[in-house]
Design a protein around this ligand. Structure first.
Ligand code: DSN
Length: 436
């Protein structure tokens, strides 16, 4: 059964656009590090009848009838996530990464409370304290940054800042930082200054699940992750946490709730209404896939591909932030090529070459976030397509030529021909007929 067969009859305009997007995804090289190609089973679960149901509450504690099947699905998703990550407690209901982080703030902080977050322009996320986001408007964020010379995090500096500022929470995690994060060192600092650690592993969850990056789960009080990035699942998120509140007597002395209960009640009824049960079913499928031995190989290959792509780019005289990568992510610094503030120009030129990336700030960005000096790349999606080190050479060559040409249209057109040849060898969803 293909639940999507009816789209043509219901709305041929949208059906055509789905086909057009499939073609774009199939013919291009997807290098946005937060994107991926999910499993066919996940696509189908998201299109399933679970979208019809309302289930406010938690398994066996619902506010609507008819939830006996949803209860089974949600409990399976919880149990699998616990097993996959070794977590004590998991909430699988957050709609996406930002609401998941918002729920943690809501559970642990009072308005205006102080916390430390990673500077957005150097690799943190919008929800880690940006002044335009709830995290910067409602709470007092003090940002830590990378070392200006190495462009890497220096844990001694984070520790000094934590001792000076006495935050209630420290966020570890990244969206544009190409290096490994030492979650154990973050936890030691948190314990020294009586702060909670919130580890946001949205980008690296697949690497953590596959053993290709240190897991924060044994250390951090709370861990959030989206499920659709390197983990390859549906759009959504989960929150993992310890059961006990290590800082209960200090910060929640009158509360009868432990940490797990604080988090659950912040998600529902604190912030969200009915969970997206169709997405919960897809999350359960994703966690099952991620427990297979093949997923370990996949996670290792993401990192191998990122290293191969980084090495090849550097061999072609492209400057990378921190001169390399430890994870799935690469940040190109365009400034040595005379392209300060021209990230948008290069993103567009790469789009014309069939290579999808995103413009991004570099540490201590001299231009603006809308016209930044960097390009962010990542390997989860191309690794899902089966590409390996030899394909990274072809892709690096195309990227380097586009950058060195400073966005010359004829260079992008030539690279596009090569990309079309390459992607033909790696069909996306082989055999899938999305529409009749
Ligand atoms: N938009 C995601 C990213 O690209 O990193 C984070 O929310």
């Amino acid at each position: 059964m293909n639940l999507m067969n009816d789209i043509f009859e219901a709305d041929s305009e949208i059906a055509d656009l789905i086909l057009k997007e499939l073609k774009r995804q199939e013919e291009g090289i997807e290098l946005i590090p937060s994107e991926n190609y999910t499993y066919r089973a996940v696509l189908q679960a998201v299109g399933s009848v679970f979208t019809n149901k309302y289930s406010e509450g938690y398994p066996k504690k619902r506010y609507y009838g008819g939830n006996e099947v949803v209860d089974e699905v949600e409990q399976i998703a919880i149990d699998r996530a616990k097993q996959l990550f070794g977590a004590e407690h998991v909430n699988v209901q957050p709609y996406s990464g930002s609401p998941a982080n918002q729920a943690v703030y809501f559970a642990l902080l009072n308005l205006k409370d102080k916390y430390l977050g990673f500077n957005l322009t150097s690799g943190g996320h919008l929800t880690h304290g940006s002044h335009v986001n709830f995290s910067g408007k409602n709470y007092t964020c003090v940002s830590y940054d990378v070392d200006p010379k190495t462009e890497m995090l220096d844990m001694d500096n984070v520790r000094k800042l934590a001792i000076q500022e006495k935050p209630k929470m420290i966020i570890s995690g990244l969206t544009a930082y190409p290096r490994a994060i030492d979650f154990k060192a973050f936890q030691e600092i948190c314990e020294e200054v009586n702060a909670y650690q919130l580890a946001d592993i949205s980008h690296i969850a697949g690497l953590v699940a596959g053993g290709a990056h240190m897991s924060p789960v044994p250390y951090a009080d709370v861990v959030t992750t989206t499920t659709h990035k390197s983990l390859r699942g549906p759009r959504g998120a989960i929150i993992m946490c310890k059961t006990e509140d290590r800082l209960h007597d200090l910060y929640h002395p009158t509360s009868k709730k432990n940490l797990a209960q604080l988090i659950d009640s912040a998600v529902f009824p604190g912030l969200q209404g009915g969970p997206h049960d169709h997405v919960t079913a897809a999350k359960a499928i994703t966690f099952k896939e991620a427990m297979k031995p093949e997923f370990k190989e996949y996670a290792q290959q993401i990192v191998k591909n990122a290293k191969a792509l980084a090495d090849e780019l550097m061999a072609l005289d492209i400057k990378l932030v921190s001169n390399g990568t430890d994870n799935h992510l690469i940040l190109i610094d365009l400034r040595p090529d005379g392209l300060t503030g021209e990230g948008k120009l290069i993103q567009n030129a790469l789009d014309a070459a069939g290579i999808t990336t995103n413009k991004n700030t570099v540490p201590y960005e001299p231009s603006t976030p809308f016209n930044p000096s960097g390009i962010r790349l990542g390997t989860p999606a191309i690794t899902s397509r089966g590409m390996k080190e030899s394909e990274m050479k072809v892709i690096a060559s195309g990227i380097a030529r586009v950058i060195k040409s400073k966005g010359d249209k004829s260079v992008s057109a030539k690279v596009h021909e090569e990309i079309l040849e390459l992607t033909k060898e790696f069909p996306l969803y082989p055999g899938l007929s999305i529409l009749k």
